[in-house]
Design a protein around this ligand. Structure first.
Ligand code: BMA
Length: 306
């Protein structure tokens, strides 16, 4: 029996494996949104030369996916702004009729955050990198807060980063970012080494629901878990509640065994009525789904908080 908490794993996990794309070594840590009458997504594909590339995927039900074998080609008004051969861990935020993709765009200067806009998941327009290197995780809030675009991100180093705090930044135009605020950092246990933002925060009456990854260092390396927090709606750098217990920890064979064992990496979520469906990367190898009732999840975070 898996270590179920408020999340129930889908019986058909993993839902996407390397078989979905020719030349894929693995496919994991990806972003999914509702789109048209179904779903679309941007998927992290680690290819057989171990370059990490971004590919569009489409689905009718969010569980069975067709992934484009070709990587996304983006246009940019500045030739200096390009997608790097090490592009990974995308998130997608819908603002108006536009979907904004953020991802780790790792180049010669180390891991950097990339940003691109699409309306149709066919044409992608790459914008200025929103943050300086080194930074590995970035997710944009689904609405302006106090009149400004807002994001959560996690500064890093160029290596495997034995630290990591979540920061908030905001700005007027999706290009210039400032008002940097510390949100939260590691506190011990499964989130004792580093923490980073996961899917797009979901607005609830109790605050912004943020699912995040927490990392613990064992004698065999890092283990990745999913945790939950509720952030103040107007000042999201103020944490109202944060889980002491993890929401999901690696326990199933597909979470335990893979290119990087014992990794649960939450990267996107969709709200279907009151059901929150979480997509997460497993062991840097494949993608799985777990679902929770939104009210039960919020209650769990409030009652299992520090
Ligand atoms: C992090 C990122 C993730 C990965 C995790 C575990 O630093 O690179 O893409 O899932 O490590 O390897």
């Amino acid at each position: 029996m898996a270590n179920e908490t408020v999340f129930r794993r889908y019986h058909g996990n993993p839902i996407i494996t390397a078989k979905a794309v020719p030349r894929a070594n693995s496919i994991h840590n990806s972003a999914v949104v509702e789109f048209g009458t179904g779903y679309a997504g941007v998927f992290r594909v680690d290819e057989q030369d171990m370059n990490f590339t971004l590919h569009v995927g489409r689905s009718r039900d969010g569980l069975h996916w067709e992934i484009d074998p070709q990587r996304i080609k983006m246009t940019s008004s500045d030739p200096e702004i390009t997608v790097t051969p090490h592009s990974y861990d995308p998130r997608i935020t819908k603002l108006g009729d536009t979907y904004y993709v953020t991802w780790c765009n790792a180049g010669a200067q180390g891991p950097c955050i990339g940003l691109a806009a699409t309306k149709d998941f066919k044409k992608f327009r790459q914008m200025e990198n929103p943050l300086p290197t080194a930074n590995r995780n970035c997710v944009i809030f689904p609405r302006k807060i106090n009149g400004k675009y807002a994001m959560l991100h996690r500064p890093s180093d160029r290596g495997h980063t034995p630290f990591g705090d979540v920061f908030f930044s905001s700005g007027p135009d999706l290009i210039h970012w400032g008002c940097h605020r510390f949100v939260f950092g590691p506190v011990g246990g499964w989130q004792g080494t580093k923490v980073g933002p996961g899917p797009v925060p979901i607005e609830t009456p109790e605050g912004w629901l943020l699912i995040y990854h927490g990392v613990w260092t064992s004698c065999n390396g890092y283990l990745y878990y999913a945790g939950g927090a509720l952030l103040d709606l107007e000042k999201p750098w103020k944490v109202r509640y944060r889980t002491k217990d993890y929401l999901l920890g690696p326990s199933e064979p597909y979470e335990r065994i893979g290119d990087v064992p014992n990794v649960i990496f939450p990267s996107s979520a969709v709200l279907l009525g009151k059901t929150l469906r979480l997509y997460y990367g497993c062991a840097d190898t494949c993608i799985s789904v777990a679902e929770a009732n939104l009210d039960e999840l919020v209650k769990f975070i409030k009652t299992h908080s520090f």
